[in-house]
Every structure is written in structure tokens, then in C-alpha cells.
Design a protein around this ligand. Sequence first.
Ligand SMILES: Nc1nc2c(ncn2[C@@H]2O[C@H](COP(=O)(O)OP(=O)(O)O)[C@@H](O)[C@H]2O)c(=O)[nH]1
Ligand SMILES: [Mg+2]
Length: 159
Amino acid sequence: MQGMLKVCVVGDAEVGKSSLVASFVAGEPTTTPTARSRMYKKTLRVGDRELQLLIWDASSLDPKLDGIIKGSRVVYLVVDVTRYETLESLPAWVSKIRELEPRAEIVVVANKADRKYEAQFWEEELRELAQRLGFRFAFTSALDPEDGGVREAFLLPFS
Ligand SMILES: Nc1nc2c(ncn2[C@@H]2O[C@H](COP(=O)(O)OP(=O)(O)O)[C@@H](O)[C@H]2O)c(=O)[nH]1
Ligand SMILES: [Mg+2]
């Protein structure tokens, strides 16, 4: 077995970070919003490899946010498809991550995809940004742990 891999989940407030992590780790989205960051452990089997993830659900209000990003191998950067401003703040997040942890892989998670009918941006716009800023992206619905694409999004860097 390999060592622990540190990853973190960041993004603007209320985009669904805690719901995504809870959905991935425990199979159900969280119901308790919190301003504090939390760490979870999750063991993953990918092919014949076993990965031990240390997953930080990083609160955007946490004064220790920079320390959480530092040392992360993957940073899941969450945006909310129903709020365009979360896409507008994406480049600033990418710069911050690149500055703190240049080698981290960034995966943009476009969450709340179940509200597509209210979406303020979608795939074309993400693809354009992804090409320019160099990240991969996935759509998710944290409210649907089974079919919401949550596991696929978290696994993207490891498959
Ligand atoms: N419709 C929908 N609501 C979501 C989704 N993910 C989170 N939410 C809701 O968005 C709000 C903020 O979620 P939370 O996980 O606390 O966001 P955080 O501040 O980024 O940790 C809560 O009311 C969640 O129930 C999703 O995929 N779809
Ligand atoms: Mg939260």
C-alpha cells in the first residue's frame, strides 16, 4: 500500500464543497453547514491499487486555508452552475492554487448539475476556460451520491 495522499476541496461559499465530500466519503450529502474545515480519510481501490486519501473539506473562511492547499496533490475546485459569479472567481482560485502548490492537479467540479434548468453556465464555457487555464472538469450533483457523478469526479486524477 502506498502512503496517504492529501487532497483538498476548495471554492466559494455555498457551492457544495461539504456536500460533495460527505457524499463521496459517507454516501450522503451533509446537512450541517459549518464554517470550519474538516478532514476525512477514504480508502479507494483503483484497479489493483489501493489509495488512501486524506480529503480536506476546506472552508473558504478558514484562516488556515493556504496551509490546507499546500501539500495537496489534487485540488478539487468547486463552482456552482447556478451562480455565474462562482465561475468568475475561478481564475483567482486557480492562481492562488498555482502559487501555493504549483504541482497540484486542479479538477474543477461543476456542482448542482441537477439544477441544469437554472444553470448560468455550462460545458462550452468550462471547456474554453479549461483549455486556457489547464484543468480538467466534471459535472456533479452532490445531492445524488449514486448517480451524481461525485465518485467519478473524485477519481478523475487517479484513473
Ligand atoms: N440542488 C443542489 N443543491 C446542492 C448541491 N450540493 C450542495 N447543495 C446545497 O447547497 C448548499 C450549500 O452546500 P454546502 O455543501 O454547505 O456548501 P459549501 O459551503 O461549499 O460547503 C446547501 O443547501 C446544499 O444542500 C447539489 O449538487 N445540488
Ligand atoms: Mg462547507
